[in-house]
Design a protein around this ligand. Structure first.
Ligand code: 6PG
Length: 246
């Protein structure tokens, strides 16, 4: 059912290729309902996993925080896949206690990760509870042994942020950022966070943005018009896919 519905959904939405910034290739898919976006996203993830497992024997996925992916994660509980070779990372994390419901890892565990057989050692949480600097440094070490991610999931904030890369952050003027960076002044609470850098988020075979909500309309319009926003700084070799319901 999942497969048939997803393929029909994918056909229901127009795929528009755009070059919003100087070097980002973006494939936009506009959906006419949130459930169709979520089911198609679930299918996209499982296709990416099947391809990676068939070619490399394992699948590395970076999870997005926020609310947009919640129902997608929940739908993955029913997936038929070899969970034993999934490796889960996080694109950002809020510096809160590990069991705080506002943690991105807490949401993913509650709706999905605690309900499937991914080995706990293969769920690579960002230790936000240790504070931005220590958590970022620890995650840099953890990522050092990994090459390209197979799939990175990202959201979009109404100010154009993605992960915890907010407009006006110090990261924008810094070259050669490490894979993970501390964030001290996030305008979206909580202020203390850790984020993967644009470069590390771009070091991926596929990047899928899940964007929903009318409040994102201006950020989407800016993005499509080529106005540089943090999301347009994500530049994987094969471009990004953007599933939109707004
Ligand atoms: C976070 C997320 C953040 C999120 C966007 C969109 O920690 O909040 O990483 O980047 O993806 O703010 O959030 P929604 O999907 O809830 O709109």
């Amino acid at each position: 059912m999942l497969r048939r519905f997803c393929l029909r959904c994918a056909r229901a939405s127009a795929v528009i290729l755009s070059q919003p910034s100087s070097s980002q290739t973006a494939r936009w898919q506009q959906f006419d309902s949130l459930p169709s976006l979520e089911l198609t996203a679930c299918h996209f993830i499982l296709e990416s996993a099947a391809r990676a497992i068939a070619t490399r024997g394992f699948f590395s996925i970076v999870l997005s925080g926020g609310n947009a992916p919640r129902h997608v994660y929940r739908a993955l509980c029913a997936a038929q896949t070899d969970w034993s070779v999934w490796h889960v990372y996080f694109g950002d994390e809020r510096c809160l206690p590990a069991d705080d419901p506002e943690r991105n890892s807490h949401m993913a565990h509650t709706v999905w990760l605690d309900h499937v057989a991914i080995p706990s050692a293969q769920i690579h949480s960002i230790r936000g509870e240790s504070g931005p600097d220590a958590a970022a440094a620890s995650y840099v070490r953890e990522l050092a042994v990994l090459g390209e991610f197979d799939l990175v999931l990202l959201g979009l904030g109404e100010d154009g942020h993605t992960a915890s890369l907010f407009p006006g952050g110090g990261w924008e003027q810094t070259a050669n950022l490490p894979a993970a960076i501390p964030v001290y002044d996030a305008p979206k609470p909580p202020p203390l966070r850790v984020s993967l850098s644009p470069g590390r988020l771009s070091h991926a075979l596929q990047v899928l943005f899940l964007v929903s909500g009318n409040e994102k309309k201006q950020a989407v319009a800016n993005w499509r018009a080529g106005v540089e926003i943090p999301a347009s700084r994500i530049l994987p070799t094969d471009g990004v896919d953007i599933f939109l319901y707004a």
